[in-house]
Design a protein around this ligand. Structure first.
Ligand SMILES: Cc1cc2nc3c(=O)[nH]c(=O)nc-3n(C[C@H](O)[C@H](O)[C@H](O)COP(=O)(O)OP(=O)(O)OC[C@H]3O[C@@H](n4cnc5c(N)ncnc54)[C@H](O)[C@@H]3O)c2cc1C
Length: 343
């Protein structure tokens, strides 16, 4: 049996590694960082990825780690809010600090080899898979995208999940383990933000007078959970236009507003397993394997990426946001419809 080498041990790389090991395929995984660690993420997993994750790890380890289920979502803009809606299916809410560690431990237990704190150059050779996360881009149509996240302790969220639209982006509030609320936002800027280490609380707390500002007034932050990411590329990319096997954000990043990136990382990893297993067993060539994976990734993701792109352009554009908001007031099922299209 041939070995598979995975570069990047985030959600996509770990899921792929664990699933391949469950099929007894030799796997080595290289991760530049360590476990556990905080990452910028809304920590809200919805869509098919949730079921796949449960099938991979089982309900019990996830609930023992403190994973919560959230069904209700309320969307705010300034002080106003849309009627609270139930999501079509509950989302799984667990910090990446816990989730990635859970997956890394499960991978090691079934004989996967992790080389942590090892930044591996990407090799264009047979058996090598890229799962290195986002492909950076300094600017997109003149904007820079900045992602920030931190946990607030002992914050009460009456309605479960909350999404707050702000003049420069959005902030999501998601209840995770141990009475923590993950506060995570995506923001548009023209210029780099040099003083982020002092200013992140202001960015995450929204404009004074808004419901978000009220909610986070006097928040007790876990400073060690703060993380940030910049140079995000939200432009959709096709697998068949890129060499080798890529999964997760290293293939393409869906706008975070959809809350579907983790699901795509997990779904993409599952789609890659069959062809990689056939290649490892010597049943297909590497080029047949990469071709099959690219085809199924493109078929599965192209429609939701196109919808997500339109949604991002409407909701996070200074002119589009009031239009999208007023349409949602007129047609209350609109956010629901868009949510389904990005799954
Ligand atoms: C602001 C924001 C909010 C989000 N909110 C949500 C949400 O609520 N729900 C949701 O589903 N998704 C959300 N996402 C998206 C989600 O976080 C990503 O889609 C998901 O983390 C992708 O997983 P990944 O494994 O592809 O990448 P990552 O989790 O980024 O992992 C990539 C890994 O590769 C490692 N690496 C990189 N280069 C190398 C190298 N050369 N050698 C070794 N290791 C390397 C990195 O250290 C990293 O650990 C959000 C994203 C942002 C930016």
């Amino acid at each position: 049996m041939k070995s598979v080498y995975i570069v990047g041990g985030g959600l996509a790389g770990l899921t792929l590694g664990l699933r391949l090991r469950q099929l007894e395929i030799p796997v080595e995984l290289f991760e530049a960082g360590h476990y556990p660690r905080h990452r910028v993420c809304g920590e809200y997993l919805s869509g098919q990825g949730r079921d796949l994750l449960v099938s991979l790890l089982g309900e019990t380890p996830l609930s023992q780690a403190g994973a919560r289920s959230s069904l209700q979502l309320r969307i705010y803009r300034g002080k106003a809010s849309l009627t609270e809606r139930a999501l079509p299916r509950p989302a799984l809410c667990l910090s990446r600090y816990r989730l990635d560690k859970l997956l890394a431990d499960a991978f090691s237990r079934v004989g996967g080899r992790i080389h942590a704190q090892t930044r591996q150059p990407i090799l264009r050779e047979e058996g090598w898979v890229t799962a290195t996360g986002r492909q950076p881009s300094i600017r997109e149509v003149g904007w820079r995208w900045l992602g920030l996240k931190a946990h607030a302790l002992d914050l009460r969220l009456p309605d479960g999940l909350e999404m707050h639209l702000t003049p420069w982006g959005y902030v999501g509030l998601c209840p995770v383990e141990e009475n923590r609320v993950n506060v995570c936002g995506l923001f548009r800027t023209r210029e780099p933000v040099p003083n982020l280490i002092h200013q992140w609380r202001d960015w995450l707390s929204g404009p004074p007078g808004s419901a978000l500002h009220e909610r986070l007034r006097g928040a007790n932050w876990d400073e060690s959970s703060f993380s940030s990411v910049s140079a995000l590329s939200l432009h959709p990319r096709r697998a068949s236009d890129q060499p080798g096997v890529r999964v997760g954000d290293s293939l393409t990043m869906i706008p975070p507003l959809t809350g579907n990136g983790m699901s795509m990382a997990i779904e993409g990893a599952f789609l890659a397993v069959g062809p990689l297993a056939s290649w490892a067993a010597g049943k297909v060539s590497w080029s047949e394997c990469t071709g099959k994976i690219a085809q199924s990734l493109d078929q599965t993701f192209s429609s939701r990426l196109a919808w997500a792109r339109r949604l991002q352009q409407a909701v996070l554009h200074p002119l589009g946001q009031p239009i999208a908001w007023n349409l949602s007031l007129l047609f209350p099922s609109l956010p629901h419809l868009l949510f389904r299209q990005t799954r």
